[in-house]
Design a protein. Structure first.
Length: 646
């Protein structure tokens, strides 16, 4: 049996070799993106208890993966080149649990930069800061028992740790204890920083708790997260969501900005998503297995979850995108590369896997580009049916399509293709890894602001501060000028010459507002507005009834309230009542009839006929009170209605 996720059909059942657990994935084949994980690199190391400590380098290129196992060898694996080297040999008495690469961030208002270092947490209760060259700079006895999780802050100057002793501690970069954040009566399995470094979230038992780092006057926030122990938690810097996973195979996500809680809960057969009010938002297929590790992608779009013999990939909204079977191994640690192109997983059998997310689709007009393979993009032209395969030298991490260009990025190069010639792209070398591609919008770009607008000219300011002078089409302005001068013949000649819907719409509105209905009926006819043409012709056919035509014209403007007032001023109560009946404004129609003591039977009879046709009971109290007081004669009512002029 093939264990490649790409070989599965949309409704496939995969059975693991070690246990009789069935994983079933159900996807709609009509969905635009058929996402899948594909293993691009795999390495195996002979260790006793596998490898738990892995992390990507956060400097320059995003293809350097550092890892450390029970053999106490700190290694660097360049994934693209598939080359591995040993950085340092650590103490043989250590059993590494967590490895974290320090972010390289400049201090505010200073020219100095935090040098790259690694944070290593061990089962002996120690944390160690190791330089890039492999020299151990600092060793601290942090906890009694194993240090289960340790994290750098995003600025690289603080460290938070948690352990089996139930303590959560804050340290400086040099290993000086700054703050004892929390103490609970059971082991704290995982801890993560908030995106702004103001809070930390940690898991203990079946609960999650958030503590403030600097604001000591603010109380911690704690909630019940899973039915079983919470083993993994992650906080996305992109969308401020927290995702957690536990022993009962449940995944839950929490959005803290609006305090909306969305739960991704797996059961024996389903993955269900609820909001904070208990309403089911999504229902997909789930499984029964503990969630051992979990990680947000850098852009906050994907959630990777590791379990026994499987890696699952969820969309942030809750649906299961794909899964990758890892035979006879438990996925203990997951981490995304800084650009989000590669997902690394460490397994209990000593192997490290790097997978790439494939299957994303971009479209523009008649072109469709699909990330077909790790180094290949397929472009389809739906006009002539042609298909082009574009190949890169390394893994394609990001690509985008628009405005007759396709841009693709691999770890070292950027490729720019033109739709007129796919064979000769422009190739540029990259100095750093690329997190995302943002193509400029057509003409003036994105988020431009209007500085000045006069006549048919405008001045815009782009986001880069550049001012752009734009000239708008002059013909709508010419139509407006002719209408203001009552030069209707010239306006009609211009519209007939250019024959655009925009000009006819402008003329229709202006002529209606100026009550030039003979011109308006021509404009509405050109726009295929049949109802408006019929309505205007009805007005033009009765030129003697000036006040009624005035009312009809007001209705053409859409001002129902003013039209009703005009009818009531002329004491045309039947027309006012029928106007409200036609608009299903039954309470208002009855109010006019009762107030003027006329045509009450007409309103009651038409209401009764309406309810019988719709097969509905009466729900309006004012009509319920009339049931036994009004004599309804349908023949007499029909005669009265025939006298109405609306």
């Amino acid at each position: 049996m093939s264990h490649n996720a790409a070989d599965r059909s949309p409704d496939a059942q995969l059975r693991c070799s070690k246990r009789d657990t069935v994983f079933r994935v159900t996807r709609d084949t009509s969905e635009a993106e058929q996402m899948r994980l594909e293993i691009v690199r795999k390495k195996e190391f002979r260790t006793t208890n596998g490898i738990n400590a892995i992390d990507w380098s956060l400097t320059k290129f995003a293809d350097e993966l550092y890892h450390c196992g029970d053999d106490c060898q700190l290694r660097l694996w360049r994934v693209v080149e598939n080359h591995s080297s040993t950085i340092a040999t650590l103490s043989e008495s250590w059993h590494p649990i967590t490895l974290r690469s320090c972010p390289t961030t400049k201090y505010a208002n200073k020219s100095t930069t935090v040098s790259q270092a690694f944070l290593l947490a061990t089962a002996e209760g120690k944390i160690a800061v190791i330089s890039k060259s492999g020299r151990v700079e600092k060793i601290v006895n942090a906890h009694n028992g194993a240090v289960l999780s340790a994290e750098w802050s995003s600025d690289g100057i603080s460290i938070v740790t948690c352990g089996e002793d139930g303590n959560v501690k804050l340290w400086s970069r040099n290993g000086v204890l700054r703050l004892h954040l929390a103490k609970v009566d059971q082991a704290v399995h995982c801890v993560r920083w908030s995106p702004d470094n103001s809070r930390v979230v940690f898991s203990f038992g079946d609960k999650l708790q958030i503590n403030w780092v600097k604001a000591t006057d603010k109380l911690p926030f704690k909630w019940h997260a899973n039915q079983g122990p919470v083993l993994a938690v992650d906080w996305s810097p992109a969308n401020n969501w927290i995702v957690s996973g536990g022993e009962n195979g449940k995944i839950k996500a929490n959005q803290l900005i609006s305090f909306q809680c969305i739960h991704f809960v797996t059961s024996a057969s389903q993955l269900q998503v609820w909001n904070e009010f208990g309403k089911a938002l999504y229902v997909t297929v789930g499984f029964e297995a503990p969630i051992c590790s979990i990680a947000w992608s850098p852009d906050g779009r994907w959630i990777a979850a590791g379990s026994n013999e499987v890696i699952l990939l969820y969309h942030q909204s809750g649906w299961l995108a794909t899964l990758q079977i890892i035979p006879d191994a438990e996925v203990s640690t997951l981490c995304w590369s800084s650009d989000g192109t590669l997902l690394a997983a460490s397994c209990s059998d000593g192997q490290i896997i790097c997978a790439s997310l494939l299957g994303s689709i971009r479209t523009w007009e008649h072109l469709e580009a699909k990330h077909l393979e790790k180094c290949t993009i397929e472009v389809k032209n739906f006009q002539d049916g042609s298909v082009e395969r574009l190949d890169a030298t390394d893994f394609i991490g990001h690509f985008d399509l628009g405005w007759e260009h396709l841009i693709a990025v691999d770890p070292k190069k950027c490729y720019i293709y033109r739709s007129k010639n796919w064979n000769t792209p422009i190739i540029m070398d990259l100095k750093h890894s690329v997190l995302a591609i943002a193509m400029t919008h057509r003409d003036i770009g994105k988020n431009a602001k209007i500085i000045k607008f006069f006549n048919s000219h405008t001045i815009l300011r782009r986001t880069d501060g550049c001012q752009i002078f734009c000239a708008l089409p002059i013909f709508p302005f010419a139509i407006l000028k002719f209408c203001q001068a009552c030069q209707w013949d010239r306006a009609l000649r211009l519209c007939n010459q250019l024959e655009t819907d925009e000009l006819w719409a402008t003329l229709a509105v202006e002529s209606t507002l100026k009550k030039k209905l003979d011109v308006a009926v021509i404009a509405y006819a050109k726009l295929n507005e049949v109802e408006k043409v019929s309505f205007i012709n009805n007005i033009l056919s009765n030129p003697t009834q000036d006040w009624l035509n005035e009312t009809h014209t007001t209705l053409l403007f859409g001002d129902v309230t003013k039209a009703e007032q005009m009818l009531l001023q002329k004491r045309s109560f039947l027309n006012a009542i029928m106007l409200n009946v036609h608009l299903n404004r039954w309470p208002r129609a009855l109010d006019i009839a009762l107030k003027n003591k006329v045509y009450v039977d007409v309103v009651a009879g038409l209401r009764q006929k309406y309810l019988e046709e719709e097969n509905k009971p009466e729900t309006i109290n004012s009509f319920l009170q009339l049931e036994d007081t009004v004599n309804i004669d349908l023949a007499d009512i029909q005669k009265k209605i025939s006298m109405a002029e609306i």
